[in-house]
Design a protein around this ligand. Structure first.
Ligand SMILES: N[C@@H](CCC(=O)N[C@@H](CS)C(=O)NCC(=O)O)C(=O)O
Length: 254
């Protein structure tokens, strides 16, 4: 998979004849859909987009130009991580990633909704420090408390049960990024190992889930990208090795 982000003026690569996900390597919402595609072993290709210089063709698939967007048939798109993921779970039922119980499915959706405050607080802490207030830290910790309590109540390795499911793949990309906050100087946002022992055990288990492991980035990498974005010059291609690998030394002129 090339990690190069295509930008304004770059051509849309030819349709690969399989699902295609438009993403940005550091986007937590795009990661949600990557994880579901991985968990279901669905063949797909990823096209990364520079979100500051978007190629025109992203708007065919995603009217607001946001990622992720899924090209499910040549030229036809579905946008929004949750819409994509529910579609994938219905269209490709194996393995099912949601409970068969309608009440549990509703509870999972409420959990995602109730956790969204912590996500917003993370964004402020990571990208908009000047606006950071004590209420953001409180909301963030409420989100951690909520997850830990839910894990305790459910008594399973994952929120979905003894196998990870949609609820885990929806929340995980944020937990992955939360761990970059102390490296960005936001030490109050560190996840305390003794206070959040159950949550920390869950985080370690999630890191080892194959669908997660193959796309996981360590906190240092997230911190590096976040710093570049905060300075107004996001280094989208920082993981792209294709430019280095394919540059050949020029032949000296005789
Ligand atoms: N609700 C959307 C949010 C997607 C989103 O905000 N993606 C960001 C990148 S992480 C984006 O595309 N930003 C570019 C923009 O808003 O123009 C989803 O779940 O897919």
């Amino acid at each position: 998979m090339s990690e190069k982000h295509l930008q304004t003026g770059d051509a849309l690569p030819p349709y690969p004849g399989k699902l295609r996900l438009f993403a940005m390597r550091f986007c937590p919402y795009a990661e949600r859909s990557v994880l579901v595609l991985n968990a279901k072993n669905i063949p797909y290709e990823t096209v990364f987009i520079n979100l500051d210089h978007k190629p025109d063709w992203i708007f065919y698939y995603s009217p607001k130009g946001t990622v992720p967007a899924l090209e499910y048939e040549a030229g036809k798109g579905i946008f929004d991580s949750n819409i994509i993921n529910f579609y994938l779970d219905e269209k490709y039922p194996e393995p099912p990633l949601q409970s068969a119980d309608p009440l549990r499915r509703a509870q999972d959706k409420m959990l995602v909704e109730n956790f969204s405050g912590a996500q917003a607080a993370y964004y402020t802490a990571a990208f908009n420090s000047q606006a950071l207030q004590s209420s953001h830290l409180e909301t963030y910790q409420k989100g951690l408390d909520l997850l830990q309590k839910e894990l305790e109540t459910r008594g399973t390795t994952y929120l979905n049960g003894n196998e990870p499911g949609l609820i885990d793949y929806t929340i995980w990309p944020f937990l992955e990024r939360f761990q970059a906050l102390p490296l960005l100087g936001k030490t109050d946002f560190a996840i305390d190992k003794s206070k959040y022992a159950v949550l920390v055990t869950y985080i370690e288990a999630m890191k080892n889930v194959p669908a997660v492991k193959s796309y996981y980035l360590p906190p240092e990498t997230h911190a590096k990208f976040t710093e570049s974005r905060s300075k107004g010059d996001p280094d989208y291609n920082m993981l792209d090795t294709s430019a280095v690998c394919c540059m050949r030394p020029r032949k000296k002129k005789e």
